[in-house]
Design a protein around this ligand. Structure first.
Ligand SMILES: [Zn+2]
Length: 146
């Protein structure tokens, strides 16, 4: 997704790296634009089958029960679709929360800094996974522990 975004905007990855070496904030602006786009896309996708739970303190959606029809096979389809949508909702919600916390980190000036060791996160990692909040080394350590 990230790669596609940058290419679509007429940048090759290498020119992006050259540019960010000169101007750090431009990288953040690009990531911010990308993340805003992701947020809109995820919210739109969630809104197509779920509604936002406004009482929840953090981003939370409730999947709507589909209404296909009243026949037995239609009821079965509704249950199957509902169950599919529930797992999709879970997945999209997690992605949306990651995107929202990355946007928050840009706002706070903490974007691109590892939350565990406070070292800068490799830009290649950020381009590949714009919501990263930890460096590769810390991520590896954590994954080994789990
Ligand atoms: Zn780290």
């Amino acid at each position: 997704m990230a790669l596609f975004f940058f290419l679509k905007n007429g940048d090759t990855l290498s020119s992006l790296f050259l540019m960010t070496r000169r101007m750090g904030t431009d990288f953040e602006t690009k990531m911010n634009d990308y993340l805003q786009g992701e947020k809109t896309r995820l919210e739109k996708e969630l809104a197509s089958f779920a509604h936002r739970n406004l009482k929840a303190s953090e981003t939370d959606y409730d999947t709507d029960f589909p209404n296909i029809g009243d026949k037995d096979d239609e009821n079965a389809s509704e249950v199957a679709q509902f169950s599919n949508n529930l797992s999709l909702e879970d997945e999209l919600e997690k992605a949306l929360r990651d995107v929202e916390s990355a946007l928050k980190r840009i706002e706070d000036g903490a974007y691109g800094t590892c939350k565990y060791c406070s070292q800068p996160i490799n830009e290649k990692r950020l381009v590949a996974r714009p919501t990263s909040s930890s460096c590769i080394q810390c991520k590896k350590t954590l994954t080994q522990e789990v």
